[in-house]
Ligand binder design. Structure first.
Ligand SMILES: [Zn+2]
Length: 71
């Protein structure tokens, strides 16, 4: 289990004002789904995917097979 310094749920986009800078985005859902994208096009795709996912998200882990959760 990795330690996260500042856990958050939602969409976090880092887009520098300089258009030449490469934007990046991190999307974390309440179900535990986590995605990271870097690059203008990839960030755009990530945002669309995350938005679409939220509408259908049940709050359950996207992988029904939990192999690491066993204590
Ligand atoms: Zn979700």
């Amino acid at each position: 289990m990795s330690q996260i310094i500042e856990p958050f749920v939602g969409l976090h986009v880092i887009a520098p004002p300089d258009w030449r800078a490469i934007p990046s985005a991190t999307a974390v859902c309440r179900c535990g789904r986590s995605r990271h994208a870097r690059g203008r096009e990839r960030v755009r795709v990530l945002i669309e995917a995350y938005t679409a996912h939220r509408e259908t998200c049940t709050g359950q882990p996207e992988t029904p097979e939990t192999t690491r959760s066993a204590a």
